[in-house]
Ligand binder design. Sequence first.
Ligand code: C2E
Ligand code: CA
Ligand code: CA
Length: 542
Amino acid sequence: MLLIIKSYLLSDNVRVLKSEVSKTAYQGVFIAIAAIIIATCATSVFVTGEISLTGVMNAQKYNPGLWILDSIPFVFGFWGQYSSSIIAYQAGAMIVDQTQELRNRTDDLEKQTNYVTTHDPVTDLPNRTLFYDRVERAIFTAGNKELLLSILLIEIENFKDVYDTLGRNSSDIILKQISARLQGVCTERDSIAKLDGNIFAILLTDHADIGEAEQLAQYIQKALEQPFLVERLHFSVHSNVGIVHFPEHGEDVDSLVQRAGVALDLAQTSHKGYAIYDSSLDKHSPKRLTLMSELRRAIERSELELFYQAKVSIATQKLYGAEALLRWNHPKHGLISPDEFIPMAERTRMITQLTPWVLKQAFRNAGDWHKQGIELKVSVNLSAKDLHDTELPDYITGIAAVTGIKPEWIMLEITEGSVMRDPEHALNIINQLHAKGYQFSIDDFGTGYSSLAYLKKMPLTELKIDKSFVCDIINSENDAVIVKATINLAHNLGLQVTAEGVETKEIMEKLSEYGCDIAQGYYLNKPLSVKDFDEWMRSSEY
Ligand code: C2E
Ligand code: CA
Ligand code: CA
């Protein structure tokens, strides 16, 4: 194809240039003929004293100088044709060469961009996008030929510890070593990918029996058991493997990966370190399995709704803000709590569609309240995947512009776990949003990894003590101590403290005694629809 284009371009260029050079040659021929006529007439005048036919004929017959002159137009003609062809061909070839070079450079750039968007920068393995694409294609082929496929999800369980101990550069080296070992245990036809900070995936195509996937899981465990050598130190990683088979466990890539995630959870508690998906052990099943595919349509069918729960300032007993909590109004199952579908959506790509919806809706509600003169700070939950989405800051700026809200009306809730999955990327996004004026709250504090080092690095405004500690402060001395210490810690870091899970008046009073700033919980109100929340604001004492 390229050759055809090249020769076509060349002949085209030659034609144009040749006609230009030929034009000059024709002018030469014309000048030569004019010179012959003038010289002949001059000779005739010189010999006979006039310009006559006999004089002209005799001049041509007897004058050798004119014979030489007569040959000049032919010389010009030949020379013009010959040199025009050569020059035109050379010039044409030069242009084609230069165009070709430009085209090669464009091709290279295109390839590079393609590569960056489909590969993990650390390990060079395919990323989630490319892996999903490959699985989709494999499903298509396997479905037609009734072949077996398996997906193995491999999670490096203690990667966060490795990261904390070694830092980014050295943990990247471990990731590269893990990738190499995985490639070592796989065959050429298996596809390996890196889906997340600590999650790898392998697609096993057209294998004869499902035992092969299990055997591969055992090899993976063995291969990763050996310590990794970095900076002359030996590091061990703990891995879990979750396995699903197509078509037995799902018919599309989203449900397969989601169920491989369920198998991964089972693997964590299994002594073998790997597990095959089992719907009877899936606490997300059976209802939730079909939910995933329905969630996609839920947005279009307006089945999602944001509920709001009040945040009240303990010192002033005034309403401080409200947290937006997502609900799914399922036509068959009724109201579904986010705990039932958010973790699942986070495992697949669905969360990237849910968060924009939540943000738009919450910003719209915040805008409406402010227009009515109700100065609420609206808290919105972000998930781990959102903190890796480099487009999020611009997206949020766009929604803010459309809904006419100010960044200081919004509090973005993140969890330590979601930051720790890929701290550098997450921090980058958090800092960008913070620079635009958005405030951040660290949610579920105390439940995840509590890394004070990162807490200090993040531009936080608020710390939320998890409800599991708050609910019990009246009965559990332990929890009371934790809550009190956390409040002091947060205040020392310059953060305001919200306690969630405030279910009774006693808890509220105790929190007031501990110096807690804000309370949120059933004692104040349960999460309510916008209409009910408006009603609650009108009638409540806060
Ligand atoms: P969360 O952010 O920790 O939200 C607080 C949860 O505690 C809410 O559950 C709320 O209804 C519940 N809660 C509030 N007060 C009390 C109380 O006094 N006692 C008890 N026992 N529970 C209380 P909900 O609405 O079911 O949400 C569960 C989780 O789902 C949320 O936990 C949050 O992590 C997630 N979630 C909710 N909406 C969204 C969202 O729009 N995006 C994302 N990414 N996650 C969301
Ligand atoms: Ca929250
Ligand atoms: Ca929480």
